[in-house]
Write a protein that binds this ligand. Structure first.
Ligand SMILES: [Zn+2]
Length: 266
């Protein structure tokens, strides 16, 4: 038995027997093909299917592009859209969250840093406000520091203002500068150092030199502390000078020599 195919202009349907073709959604203009036919031909032009199309009511008006409305493709497009939109919405919601959290973290860090700086500033204000002059001749240490630097060919500009005072630094329990503190660090217009009087009282002579040279190195040479690893023990910028109880003046001299030698090379 001959099998027929028909097309809606996009998709092919079939094969159908003549009887089966009757129940398909076809019109008089539907193009049909069967094996042996040269090309897709309108139903009403195929004589053997005449009785088929006679049973189909005529078109209300001629259709150039019949049954196109039945094409499934546009429908698919419609059903695709909401999924894409949903995905996009989900994505943008997610990235909004990520951005929001990131901003929150940055803001928290800024606030924490500001609070830290503020409390640090308050602490320094307190230290300065409670500082006092002493009979201790700190000038001698400063003069010697500059002379020693000159030996190594280092000539930092001597600032006009030199403040070295006692002040209780015990409230600096979170830092290693409970014994001495340089506030002129990175400020070449002044030397500003505060010494904890109780540390000064306890410290041996070499330790006092270590402490003053350590703070002057912060202040005048803008040097930072070394970390407190054992390898740095004995060095001038070692942060725990309170552990230098057994050091003598030779140790001190050796320590500042190696520091200044290192600085001279820079
Ligand atoms: Zn230090």
């Amino acid at each position: 038995m001959r099998k027929y195919f028909y097309t809606d202009g996009v998709n092919k349907f079939g094969p159908f027997s003549k009887d089966e073709l009757k129940s398909q959604k076809i019109t008089r203009n539907t193009k049909v093909w069967y094996f042996g036919l040269e090309e897709w031909t309108e139903l009403n032009k195929i004589i053997e299917l005449n009785d088929l199309f006679v049973a189909i009511p005529p078109e209300l008006k001629p259709l150039n592009t019949p049954i196109k409305s039945k094409i499934e493709l546009p429908e698919n497009k419609h059903s695709d859209k909401p999924i894409q939109v949903q995905l996009k919405t989900k994505k943008s919601k997610l990235s909004k969250w990520v951005i929001g959290i990131a901003i929150l973290i940055v803001i928290s860090f800024v606030i924490i840093r500001l609070v830290q700086k503020q409390s640090e500033a308050n602490l320094y204000k307190e230290i300065v406000a409670n500082s006092y002059e002493s009979d201790e001749k700190f000038d001698i240490y400063v003069e010697k520091f500059y002379r020693d630097l000159e030996v190594y060919g280092i000539f930092p500009k001597k600032p006009k203002t030199t403040i070295i005072k006692f002040s209780r630094l015990d409230q600096l329990d979170n830092t290693t500068h409970i014994h001495g503190l340089s506030l002129g660090h990175n400020d070449d217009s002044r030397i500003e150092i505060y010494i904890n009087p109780s540390s000064w009282k306890q410290f041996t002579r070499p330790m006092r030199y270590f402490l003053l040279y350590h703070e002057l190195s912060h202040d005048v040479l803008n040097l930072d502390d070394l970390n407190n690893k054992p390898i740095n023990e004995g060095k001038m910028m070692y942060p725990e000078i309170s552990s230098y109880e057994k050091k003598n003046m030779d140790d001190f001299i050796e320590s500042f020599h190696s520091l200044f030698e290192e600085q001279a090379k820079k």
